[in-house]
Design a protein around this ligand. Sequence first.
Ligand code: FES
Length: 124
Amino acid sequence: MGLAQPAFYMFKCEQSAPPGMPKPSCVSPQTQDLFGYLAQSLMQKGIMGTVQPIRTACLSRCDAGPVMLVEPGHTMYVSLTKEKIDRIIDEHIIGGNVVDEYVIDSELWDEPIAAATMQEQMKR
Ligand code: FES
């Protein structure tokens, strides 16, 4: 039997804007401990490894931050707090049910465009 691949990846945006920058960002003094909280929670629940938390740069949904993308499933969670992370782990990651009330608005997260389709559009 081979080395098991993770069941989930949790891509937490860790981008912070430089001081004085008007653009919103996912990491501020108020939210800078969310990744640590996520990792600690996964360890405490004994699921670190089959769930892989990953620090990522900007996911281009800054106005809705702090954001986190869960794969598989392309599920984008927004306005994260520690309480929301707890529910996402318990209900989505362990329970198998997306926490719909924390998911990004569909206006900001429409269907993906296939790479081949985008290439075709660029040629026109
Ligand atoms: S800074 Fe997090 S999505 Fe842009």
